[in-house]
Design a protein around this ligand. Structure first.
Ligand code: ATP
Ligand code: MG
Length: 471
């Protein structure tokens, strides 16, 4: 049998039950034995008064030896004990059982050491083995006999220890039977509980984990308990959720990449094929070659963007943090876009608090961030629209924002714009865009430990803002 949780739990509980029952049995038997002996002692003590009276009668010559023996015999039967009478020197002169007669006929000094105590009118209580006279070991109770303050001998009452232990045996039996019953009941309860609370839910989690590892990422565990297993199931499910999300993203990413690569490749293949086959006339070849060239440029950009993104996300880009003037970077960037700005007849407003604003960042990466944001603003603003780029100082931070008027982005789509390949209005986005710009921006800023956010302005238009650390 597999050493499962159930067998371990049963073993542990059985051990606990056995230890506790053994302790209970030991305590009970100790208590019961002393209680029982005390009871016996007081019973013997009570009877001893009558025996003592009869013994004094015998010693005074008022009773014959047979009469005293007869009396002892009767009381001994009633008490189920052996009773001997000894004189003041410890010699036996009367016994309850005729088989012990030799003690009287060959006067034997039975009591020696205890005489001192008996003389002081003390009772003696001890365990003895009279192996030569009695078969079983006995518990002996010695009671002195006094007459007018004079020590006249003692009564010895022997009770077989085995006989005394008889009722104790019964107690042990009861204890052990209840221990066994307790173990059986516990096993059943543990079996039920461990199956219901631990084994079954764990099996379920295990089964689902196995399915997920084989690719069925949509599988979930359904356990509704408020204990640790329930929490485990919840964490397991949320882990499965993220796994499923990662898997979805991966599929989505691959399909996006292939799609983005396939369209330029198809057109390049078409144009070049047309030239080889002679379908495209000689005089138009230059034009088609330039189209092909721009497609190749687009492909190169796409691949470069992807490589950048994966390198930033993998943390492979070693940031070269230096002190740089963000205002200057913005100015240079706007100059780069001058042709496009003129073509779209845009009005660009640049608002800067100071002439120079020094921040700690990586020059190339920040250039990429500013270029991407201004590129978007220029690309998505309407012809003749407004763009406003501003920098502000707030405590330790520099706030940089890029605003352009227009319709902005629908609120429902705002949270997606950071996703790779996300393009909100497919019809409006030019063929050149890949939807990677904002993902790159966010990855760079995250790596720098900075924030970026976006919001639609109530008056229309959209603003992207990010922070940088001032120096
Ligand atoms: N300033 C903006 N105004 C309106 N829409 C915007 C603006 N910036 C971004 N968007 C929307 O967010 C989408 C994602 O932007 P992102 O820069 O990531 O990709 P892209 O500009 O389409 O492509 P790429 O930047 O890779 O050339 C864009 O397709 C656009 O729909
Ligand atoms: Mg862009």
């Amino acid at each position: 049998m597999k050493k499962g949780l159930f067998s371990k739990l049963v073993a542990a509980f059985t051990a606990i039950i056995i230890v506790s029952f053994v302790m209970t049995a030991a305590f009970l038997s100790y208590w019961f034995e002393s209680y029982y002996f005390e009871q016996r002692k007081s019973q013997l003590l009570k009877e001893s008064q009558f025996i003592s009276y009869k013994a004094l009668q015998y010693l005074a010559g008022d009773l014959t030896s047979d009469e005293i023996n007869e009396t002892l015999n009767n009381i001994a039967k009633y008490l189920s004990a052996d009773i001997w009478l000894v004189d003041n020197y410890g010699y036996v002169y009367s016994v309850s059982k005729s088989e012990h007669k030799q003690l009287v006929t060959n006067p034997t000094q039975i009591v020696t050491k205890d005489l001192e105590e008996l003389r002081e009118n003390k009772t003696v209580d001890k365990k003895e083995i009279h192996s030569d006279i009695l078969v079983d070991p006995v518990h002996t109770f010695e009671i002195p006999i006094f007459s007018n303050g004079v020590f006249k001998g003692a009564i010895l009452m022997h009770t077989s220890i085995n006989e005394l232990r008889e009722p104790l045996k019964r107690v042990y039996e009861i204890i052990w039977i209840s221990a066994i019953l307790a173990i059986i009941i516990c096993s059943v309860v543990i079996y039920y509980l461990s199956q219901r609370i631990i084994v079954y839910p764990l099996k379920k989690i295990n089964y689902v984990a196995d399915k997920i590892s084989k690719g069925e990422v949509e599988k979930r565990v359904c356990i509704n308990s408020n204990d640790e297993i329930g929490e485990l199931a919840k964490s397991f499910n949320s882990m499965a959720d993220s796994l499923e999300q990662v898997e979805k993203n991966r599929r989505h990413f691959i399909s996006n990449v292939s799609h983005e690569i396939r369209s330029p490749l198809t057109s390049i293949k078409g144009f070049i094929g047309g030239m080889i086959d002679g379908i495209i006339p000689h005089e138009k070849q230059n034009y088609y070659l330039s189209v092909t060239y721009s497609e190749i440029q687009r492909l190169t950009r796409l691949v470069n963007d992807l490589l950048d993104l994966s390198a930033i996300e993998a943390g492979q880009f070693k940031l070269r943090i230096e002190e740089l003037d963000i205002n200057e970077i913005i100015r240079l960037c706007i100059i780069k876009f001058q042709t496009k700005i003129n073509e779209k007849k845009l009005k660009v407003d640049v608002v800067m608090e100071n002439d120079k604003l020094y921040v700690a960042a990586d020059r190339d990466r920040i250039n990429q961030v500013v270029t991407n944001l201004i590129d978007n603003a220029v690309k998505y603003v309407n012809v003749g629209g407004n763009i406003k780029v501003s920098t502000k100082i707030k405590g330790e931070k520099a706030f940089i924002s890029v605003y352009n008027d227009g319709e902005g982005i629908p609120e429902s789509e705002l949270k997606h714009i950071w996703d790779r390949f996300y393009k909100s209005d497919k019809s409006r986005t030019s063929k050149v865009s890949t939807g990677l710009g904002l993902s790159i921006v966010r990855s760079i800023l995250t790596q720098l430990g900075e924030d970026i956010w976006v919001e639609n302005r109530e008056s229309g238009g959209i603003i992207f803002a990010f922070t940088l650390k001032r120096v």
